[in-house]
Design a protein around this ligand. Sequence first.
Ligand code: CMC
Length: 395
Amino acid sequence: TGKFTYDPGFLSTASCNSTITYIDGDKGELLYRGYPIEQLAVNCDFLDTCHLLLYGDLPNADQRTDFHGRVTNHTMVNEQMQFFLRGFRRDAHPMAILTGLVGALSAFYHDSTDINNPQHRDIAAIRLIAKMPTLVAMAYKYTVGQPYMYPQNDLSYAGNFMRMMFATPCETYKVNPVIERALDRIFILHADHEQNASTSTVRLCGSSGTNPFAAIAAGVACLWGPSHGGANEACLNMLGDIQKMGGVAKVGEFMNQVKDKNSGVKLMGFGHRVYKNYDPRAKLMRETCHEVLGELGLQNDPLFKLAMELEKIALEDDYFVARKLYPNVDFYSGIVQRAIGIPVPLFTAIFALARTVGWIAQLNEMIADPEYKIGRPRQLFVGAAPRDVPPLSAR
Ligand code: CMC
């Protein structure tokens, strides 16, 4: 005791040097490899962003064709995976399924399991980025009892995912370009966020030398929690609860519960550990949210009206203003996903799909760092002083 700094929640501890993502929480800035998120969201697609995060810069035209080709080459998963999937209950949470499926990849792709081999890591990265949409869609199709749709590689990354989710073999499916773009933007905005809980989990897990698939599965598990990636699901559930209480008329009453510290109720989709001004991702997602609601004619849907009312009231409320609590990306991404027709329990799985590239880029950076060591936090021991074990009769 006394030798170590006590920093619960890592509020002031930097765990690594990183060149990937820069956040200025006070200014509300987010940059991937130096490029502002606002420009990436408008001028690039998700696979460009993946190239940027993985290899350090945006691809030129040839690199782009090559990278897209490599990813689309790996979109199918081993047929055996469906038998593993069949072991789950049909009503299993998609994140429970996804944690299992991602971990199981290491049992199928033995040529990409050596974390210390850069080639293995690269193939693992491509495989994970390519297969995540397939796995998420399979998990969904399984829970609704529909046949899996195989990937269609002439579609965009987001378009292919939409088709695997929503098409059936008995009808022609047409990708709506507004929704395709919205989904692609959700992926870009969730692609990386420096040393958040799941990314730190991936680094810590990978630091033991485990295989990349296992490390990413650990990230999926961590992301599931409602304080992290589970917030978009929790936010939609919260809106549903307010709806049941009586909808827009009850927002004030609900806000009083949030402000009562004893209630344990939080306004989900609000607040952030780092952004204390606004979340730049939320600003972009808000735009997309309105575009999608307009495209689908859902502006007057009661749940969306409720969300907009809640946003307005919270932004003007002294409690939220004083604590610098603003809507975060998950407030709007949940609304967009629901509008698109994605079932609420799948929201976090889509976040995991998008964050996978960030996790791998961070893992690669850590392994390539000559100073990297197994992560091993210390503790301040506050338990019992040494004592003798009493005999059973004396306990
Ligand atoms: N609703 C009501 N009060 C809140 C909220 C909220 N959503 N968030 C923070 N507060 C209060 C908190 O009670 C505290 O009040 P006081 O100063 O009186 O004790 C104050 O604001 C500061 O909060 P904190 O708990 O110290 O903040 P934190 O940095 O530890 O927590 C957070 C950040 C994101 C976990 C938290 O804001 C939260 O639980 N938000 C809701 C869940 C959510 O939307 N999470 C998604 C984050 S964005 C996506 C991602 O990165 O995964």
